[in-house]
Design a binder for this molecule. Structure first.
Ligand code: URA
Length: 248
């Protein structure tokens, strides 16, 4: 049994707080009866409607995928390219990726059918650390590494502070691996940060998504999140309240 407002939020329709408002204002029915009290719990067999429309009552599921290069981070592609969801043909629930990785970027991506958690993780105020390994050419100078860390001016504004580490370099080939941890999620941000310094990204992999790493996975592998990992995500997102301007 789950609280009615949680079930509505998990269906991805709205936040828990707005779900409570929907209940109080008489917009929610359980098994054909309008419910206006907040305390009630529902079982998976109860039929819940919001504004007369049944909501999806799928069991929430959560996966971590090591996305290979050459795969689209969406549910379907109008050019028929392989998508991250194609790795989950065995999963009956309608899952979708949380955020995106470029077609030419590999690495850690979470998929779920839990709209509430996905919306919170993708909210700009929720600043989850994401760690990338970029194979770049040529080798960045000390000054370039400092600039990556302190902020780079891009056409959509300055980037926030980042953690940067030169992992390895090859003098003869003039290539290097740079580890970069950012908490923003702007479009092609890592590639644009390096490009702004005239560094070419040859390969990009997301090694960590928050506390989740790719340990034990190869490109194309996936695993379900463990219950304590799902709980940790909920604890993390619940510390941030997106409806307040300061996100606290
Ligand atoms: N930054 C990029 O440039 N690409 C990604 O896929 C993710 C972050």
């Amino acid at each position: 049994m789950e609280r009615l407002q949680k079930v509505i939020a998990q269906a991805g329709i709205t936040s828990r707080r707005k779900a409570e408002q929907l209940i109080v204002s008489g917009k929610v029915e359980v098994n054909g009866q309008t419910v206006t009290e907040l305390g009630i719990k529902v079982s998976p067999d109860d039929q819940v409607k919001v504004n007369g429309v049944p909501i999806s009552r799928e069991q929430p599921v959560y996966f971590l995928l090591y996305k290979p290069v050459g795969v689209i981070s969406s549910v379907r592609d109008d050019r028929n390219r392989k998508t991250v969801v194609d790795f989950f043909d065995h999963v009956p629930q309608r899952i979708f990726p949380v955020g995106r990785l470029d077609y030419d970027t590999s690495g850690a991506i979470v998929l779920t059918n839990d709209g509430e958690l996905a919306n919170k993780l993708m909210h700009p105020r929720f600043q989850l650390d994401k760690t990338y390994i970029a194979a770049v050419h040529p080798i960045p100078t000390e000054d370039q590494l400092r600039r990556l860390a302190s902020g780079i001016r891009l056409d959509d504004g300055m980037t926030a502070g980042a953690k940067v580490r030169l992992v390895s370099s090859d003098r003869s080939r003039q290539t290097a691996n740079v580890q970069l941890t950012i908490h923003e999620g702007r479009n092609r941000q890592v590639r644009r940060m390096f490009a702004a310094l005239d560094l070419h990204v040859r390969k990009l992999r997301r090694d960590r998504y928050g506390f989740l790493s790719l340990a034990g996975l190869h490109p194309g592998d996936s695993r379900p999140l463990k219950p304590h990992e799902v709980k940790t995500f909920y604890h993390l997102v619940e510390r941030v309240n997106p409806s307040r301007p300061d996100g606290k």
